[in-house]
Ligand binder design. Structure first.
Ligand code: RB5
Length: 146
């Protein structure tokens, strides 16, 4: 898959490990920053990655901040984005199967690298189930369109 990744100055701690892991799994990863631990603002990178995914330039996006909360809220403001913040693999997998999430977020202050890898892998391997779930995702889209 072609994946877009971004973080803030806190999430950057975990980002290189996740990029390396994604590349090991055979994915193509583009890092939308930041590239240093200098203090920055998570909405900047949440928006960047979300816009790239919404434009269809990437299959999925991954965002990391301290908790995953601020950066996922920011991404969800971009039309067409369904970002989920997860600290365990079950919700990550179901968020793809039921909600067709296109961005996964997590917090470098919340989970360790091994759990993060497990969450990322399960999310990327999951597939949207469609059917009754498609109707509900369409209902989300209608909220967005109004
Ligand atoms: C930065 O201090 C912190 O607020 C940010 O990384 C994130 O946790 C916000 O949701």
């Amino acid at each position: 898959m072609k994946l877009a990744i971004g973080s803030d100055h806190v999430g950057i701690e975990l980002k290189p490990t996740i990029i390396e892991y994604l590349e090991e799994l055979g994915h193509e990863v583009v890092d939308f920053g930041p590239n240093s631990t200098e203090r920055t603002d998570y909405p900047v990178y949440g928006k960047k990655v979300a816009e790239e995914v919404a434009a269809g330039n990437f299959d999925n996006g991954i965002l990391i901040c301290g908790t995953g909360v601020g950066i996922s809220i920011s991404a969800n403001k971009v039309k067409g984005i369904r970002a989920v913040v997860c600290s365990e693999p079950y919700s990550a997998k179901l968020s793809k199967e039921h909600n067709n999430t296109n961005i996964l977020a997590f917090g470098s202050r919340v989970i360790g690298s091994e759990l993060a890898k497990m969450i990322v892998k399960d999310w990327l391997e999951a597939e949207f189930k469609g059917g009754r779930h498609a109707k509900r995702v369409e209902m989300i889209k209608q909220i967005e369109d109004n």
